[in-house]
Design a protein around this ligand. Structure first.
Ligand code: PHE
Length: 458
């Protein structure tokens, strides 16, 4: 462990950075569109259960492993289990970071383009007309260079933050952007609820209609709970490695989970109240944000202002997540290879940007390996990471604590900063076992479905 490892400046700074990682495109784009397509309130209920049962226990485990070792994932597993294969869980995390950031950066670029378009009044012509909005969006993302230019811009911002380190980059920008996200979303949610008919959106989001609760929605909610809390690839191990021994990790983890959930709900409220008030289709899926919302905002008084606000907050959410993904890669090269932060950030930021450009090209910009993968490369990267890499990483992390590191060692580290509090080891063991078992079941179900063409459930 290096004596001069960077540390967070304060507990609040750490909580804002970690919740900044958690709150991202997953909360504001993926969650509302998934809820819209899977029965609203019923989906929300399962999602909440997954976050609290599986998500919370694995966030805490990642924080504890990071703080104990003061190292990013590969070094952390190597230190706690020297000479074993557990370090591969760390390598899996670093690989997941490559995969996720490559497509995340592309979506980040789309958001930048939408900020500019909404600000310049480019959505005015879309009022109430999803066909035109759809053609515009699809035309943009399937063109060759235009989306790549925005993606490169987004990645440059991401590199610009990470190059300045933990306190001067990640913490500084999270402190600025997280409060802004909450305020802007709050304003948009209030605006939505005060629109005539907006309240209907609330009952869509929160009224559980159990007849809509299909088994596949349950599987989807479970997978999403990893993505939304940034679990299973060592992001929280890396962020945890910059914490000092005085911090109460249970309390910090509860804050991160609470903020992530509250912001997803608030985004759902802001979006569905507005969509219902203006009579648009709530079940649009992925097109909800980039196609339906621009048509809806354009119908409102001051629409350009509301939509610019929305895309700015989405951009900030995406950036505070993207930096946490790049930090996993950067920290690996600093910790394990002795590189300077600057060299690691620029070189691997550039490599990921190039892979991301291929994601973008795969949507129609010329280079197409869709036939080989069965879907565009961009969707493949999303599918691979959310459905397999993150759940496998998360499950192995829980198994590592249970089988290799040991509950008593784990609890000894967790207790630092918590005063005299004692945790019953059996209970902790039971919770981690349940979390790992649930994930193992989803993975089994997925693989079964891939092989036999039909899931056991779903
Ligand atoms: N949690 C982020 C989101 O919801 C995505 C993310 C996944 C970030 C994995 C870091 C690691 O958008």
């Amino acid at each position: 462990m290096s004596q001069n490892r960077e540390q967070w400046g304060s507990k609040l700074g750490f909580i804002l950075a970690a919740s900044g990682s958690a709150v991202g495109i997953g909360n504001i784009w993926k969650y509302p569109s998934m809820a819209g397509q899977n029965g609203g309130g019923a989906f929300t209920l399962v999602y909440l259960a997954c976050i609290f049962v599986v998500g919370l226990s694995i966030v805490i485990a990642e924080f504890v492993i990071g703080r104990k070792t003061q190292l990013s994932p590969v070094g952390a597993f190597e230190k706690l289990a020297p000479g074993t294969n557990w370090k591969w869980v760390g390598y899996l995390g670093v690989s997941s970071a490559f995969v996720i950031l490559s497509f995340y950066g592309v979506v980040g670029g789309w958001i930048l383009k939408y900020i500019i378009d909404s600000f310049s009044g480019g959505f005015d012509a879309l009022a109430g007309n999803p066909e035109v909005a759809g053609t515009m969006f699809n035309g943009f993302i399937t063109s060759a260079w235009n989306p790549v230019i925005y993606q490169v811009l987004f990645m440059m911002l991401c590199i610009g933050v990470i190059i300045n380190g933990v306190k001067g980059g990640i913490e500084k920008w999270s402190r600025i952007m997280m409060p802004m996200i909450i305020v802007l979303l709050g304003v948009l949610a209030i605006r939505g609820m005060t629109l005539p008919g907006g309240i209907e959106g609330l009952s869509f989001l929160f009224n559980p209609r159990f007849e809509d609760l299909t088994a596949s929605a349950i599987v989807l909610a479970l997978g999403h709970s990893f993505f939304t809390v940034s679990l299973g690839m060592g992001t929280m191990i890396t962020y945890g490695s910059y914490i000092d021994k005085k911090q109460n990790l249970l309390n910090s983890a509860l804050w991160v989970i609470f903020l992530d959930t509250a912001i997803a709900m608030l985004a759902g409220v802001a979006i569905f109240t507005t969509v219902f008030a203006l009579g648009a289709n709530p079940a649009e899926g992925p097109g909800l944000i980039f196609i339906v919302l621009p048509t809806v905002f354009a119908q409102m008084a001051g629409g350009a202002i509301w939509s610019t606000m929305f895309f700015i907050l989405l951009f900030m959410a995406a950036l505070t997540s993207a930096i946490s993904i790049l930090e996993v890669v950067t920290a690996y090269f600093i910790d394990q290879k002795g590189w300077s932060r600057k060299k690691a950030t620029i070189q691997f930021g550039a490599v990921i940007t190039v892979v991301g450009a291929f994601c973008s090209f795969s949507l129609g910009g010329g280079i197409n390996i869709t036939e080989f993968l069965g879907m565009p490369f961009m969707d493949f990267m999303d599918y691979l990471s959310s459905k397999y890499m993150l759940p496998i990483g998360g499950m192995l992390t829980a198994i590592f604590v249970l089988k290799k590191w040991g509950i008593s060692n784990y609890l000894a580290e967790l207790k630092n900063g918590m005063g005299e509090k004692n945790f019953p080891p059996q209970l902790v063991k039971a919770i981690l076992t349940i979390a790992a078992a649930i994930v193992a079941f989803i993975l089994f179900n997925e693989v079964y479905a891939e092989i036999f063409g039909k899931a056991l459930i779903g």
